[in-house]
Design a protein around this ligand. Structure first.
Ligand SMILES: [Zn+2]
Ligand SMILES: [Zn+2]
Ligand SMILES: [Zn+2]
Length: 360
């Protein structure tokens, strides 16, 4: 039995957000939740009734942008038909006592990620993925510039019904909000506190640890080996500029994070060379996930430093990243009630399985 096959039952603390912990419990009897049967993927190239398909452009609100410019569209950004936030002033906020509200000011847009209906990310070319990410960058920048009230632009993708995608045609979303989402705020504030204490970016430290091959923990008194850590086992992909890591305290069984190897706090600072390598690492990572899961349904989202005055000093402490969260199970009452995520596949074993997928 190798290290990664040993049963694990331990609570792991997220190093970035210590208030978020995960119960990793791989023993068979510990399985508290049942995976949903994976829905078959809609792999059709064109669907006559799909509002996102070529020829049906009149079925969506008018395009905010199409890319590449001056050519048949490969990407198309439109207003969300059912926005969760809007920039109209119809609903002024009325606060009373403890019932404080902030009006739902913001922007909610959809980007149609490809002109082929059912194509998955790992089936897209690297050139297309580079266009996709440079368009994320360009639109994020435009949204931040469009109104100083916008403090965060969340870019995310839901793929597959288990991940909450209501339209099968591959697409991403932009939600620009006047508040910084809690998840981002926790990361930004905790990494700033870590930096103040240690003068190092905690994400860079995590990358360094992931790239360390092996560490041995000895008992201080007896000198006996307490635990051997094969730390490098969390690396899924390593490119020239990006790394894909299986987090030690993964909330989801097949969660993978992609980070730039060199410190960078703001996704808006990426160069075309960065994006080319990111496209390659993402494509390879998604190919591995798809092979292991037999059709991955997932959410991915970009976490980057907020554009808000009180985060102006986070350039050295925060490190942007892409979190990929495949959805293979539904949360149980235990998870919802306790706030403790339960992961039934040890991150070490999941990483070994993902690494073992043969790629060309
Ligand atoms: Zn379609
Ligand atoms: Zn860093
Ligand atoms: Zn994050």
């Amino acid at each position: 039995m190798t290290d990664s096959e040993k049963p694990v039952r331990e609570i792991r603390i997220n190093p970035i957000v210590p208030s978020e912990s995960v119960l990793v419990a791989t023993a068979r009897g510990m399985r508290p939740k049942k995976a949903e049967a994976p829905a078959p993927r809609d792999t059709r190239a064109h669907v006559d009734t799909c509002p996102f398909c070529v020829g049906n452009e009149h079925m969506t609100p008018p395009a905010i942008g199409t890319y590449p410019e001056g050519a048949p569209w490969q990407l198309r950004i439109v207003e969300n038909l059912y926005p969760v936030l809007g920039d109209d002033r119809e609903n002024p906020n009325l606060s009373f006592g403890l019932q404080q509200t902030i009006d739902g000011y913001g922007r909610h847009e959809v980007m149609i990620d490809h002109n082929q209906h059912g194509i998955a990310v790992h089936e897209m070319s690297e050139a297309h993925l580079a266009l996709l990410f440079s368009t994320y960058r360009a639109r994020m920048e435009q949204l931040y510039k469009s109104n100083p009230r916008l403090r965060y632009v969340l870019v995310f993708k839901n793929f597959g019904p288990a991940a909450g995608a209501s339209i099968a045609h591959t697409h991403s979303q932009f939600i620009a909000t006047p508040v910084v989402p809690d998840n981002v705020q926790d990361e930004v504030e905790n990494s700033r506190a870590y930096y103040e204490k240690n003068h190092r970016c905690i994400f860079c430290t995590l990358i360094d640890e992931a790239l360390t091959f092996e560490a041995t923990l000895y008992d201080r008194e007896s000198g006996e080996i307490r635990r051997k850590l094969d730390v490098g086992q969390f690396v899924i992909e390593r490119g020239k500029r990006f790394i894909a890591i299986k987090p030690f305290a993964s909330r989801y069984e097949w969660e993978v994070h992609i980070l730039p190897l060199a410190h960078q706090s703001d996704f808006l600072a990426v160069t075309p060379e960065d994006i080319a390598d990111l496209a390659r690492i993402l494509r390879r990572t998604m190919t591995r996930l798809d092979a292991v899961l037999g059709g991955a349904q997932y959410n991915y989202f970009l976490h980057s430093v907020p554009h808000a005055p009180n985060y102006a000093n986070c350039g050295a402490s925060y490190h942007w990243h892409l979190e990929i969260c495949p959805r293979t199970s539904i949360p149980t009452g235990f998870e919802l009630g306790s706030g403790l995520f339960v992961n039934t596949v040890s991150p070490e074993a999941a990483a070994a399985k993902l690494r073992a997928v043969p790629l060309d």
